[in-house]
Design a protein. Structure first.
Ligand code: NVA
Length: 332
């Protein structure tokens, strides 16, 4: 589970504009530098509650080491400072015995996986296949910010790039969103890496911005939560169209701190399934909670006061590292 210490909005560069702010018209009003102390402290309180809930549900929780996000890194072509360690879901794809460090398209997030170093070293010693996808160069030509429009992607097909949160794992099938935070070359790299035993389904034209987990939430085999602002009955991606859909009710807007807005209100559907009958959901999302309960899913309702401010709900701030069982085939 992530941590909020040292979270900062990186200095402005072309990658930040293309990846995090392609849907913001007022680039000049975007803050940079450390997140306000109140945001960090309250977020860490909320994360502690999430830790306790998971531990009570029998989950062993481990945490990354905070990074010095003020220090600069680079690759000879550019320099950037760091971002945060709040969303492990973005920087690593844990899949079976693989721990895959993702080729993230934001310059500020290169090197973020340093926060997992000692955890992954131990995991590797216990048999995990710890790898890094090819490190992207992230040259200026990777990004197209010349004429930013909702349906025009800002991430070019120069080299494989993705945040792991563009992916949802579903047994032997993976859903991969093509968007500003994941390109087709990234999907190709992942398919080649995993091999023909697994199927990477690319989703196109659904949502151009960051990540898949405020658009689709896999609840349990056969049941999926969908965002009706981004997907309609006719555009449910195959093979998920064989599952029963729950259309997410309009989320309750919990607001954000100052001008630190890093996600839409749909972060409210960014829930965490602990098991097929238990979800952890943001406590203000009462219409969603009632709907889940109708489908026999118990809900633990917890706060994430700054999920819009930091751009991460319960699914984003967690990463399942080790689970029991083997990969299933949920689609025949
Ligand atoms: N970028 C998404 C949130 C991803 C967890 C949104 O704003 O809806």
């Amino acid at each position: 589970m992530g941590r909020a210490e040292n979270a900062r909005v990186p200095d402005k560069d072309i990658s930040l504009k293309a990846i995090n702010y392609a849907n913001h018209s007022d680039w000049d009003s975007i803050p940079s530098g450390p997140y306000p102390e109140q945001v960090v402290a309250e977020t860490n309180e909320d994360l502690e509650l999430l830790c306790s809930a998971l531990r009570e549900a029998g989950v062993e929780v481990v945490r990354p080491t905070p990074l010095n996000t003020a220090s600069k890194h680079g690759n000879g072509h550019w320099e950037a400072n760091g971002y945060y360690t709040y969303c492990p879901r973005d920087s690593v794809l844990s899949f079976g015995h693989h721990l895959i460090e993702s080729p993230m398209p934001l310059r500020a997030r290169q090197g973020e996986t340093e926060c997992f170093r000692s955890l992954f070293l131990r995991a590797m010693q216990s048999g995990a296949n710890w790898v890094s996808a090819p490190r992207p160069l992230l040259l200026d030509e990777c990004y197209d910010v010349s004429d930013v429009q909702p349906d025009k992607l800002t991430l070019r097909e120069s080299e494989p790039c993705f945040d792991a949160a563009n992916i949802l794992k579903c047994g032997r099938d993976l859903f991969y969103l093509i968007s500003n935070s994941g390109n087709k070359l990234g999907a190709q790299w992942l398919q080649n890496f995993l091999g023909s035993e697994f199927r990477v389904h690319t989703l196109e034209g659904i949502y151009s911005y960051m990540h898949l987990d405020s658009t689709i939430s896999l609840l349990r085999p056969g049941l999926v939560l969908l965002n009706p602002a981004r997907i309609s009955k006719d555009t449910v991606p195959a093979p998920l169209d064989t599952w029963e859909p729950i259309w997410c009710p309009e989320p309750v807007d919990i607001g954000y701190y100052g001008s630190y807005c890093h996600s839409s209100t749909w972060i409210g559907m960014n829930l965490l399934m602990v098991n097929p009958n238990l979800a952890i959901v943001e406590k203000n999302q009462l219409p969603l909670i009632r709907l889940l309960e109708k489908h026999r899913i118990d809900v633990i309702a917890l706060p994430t006061r700054h999920s819009r401010t930091l751009g991460g709900g319960f699914h984003c701030v967690t990463l399942d590292l080790l689970r029991e069982g083997n990969p299933e085939s949920y689609f025949s």
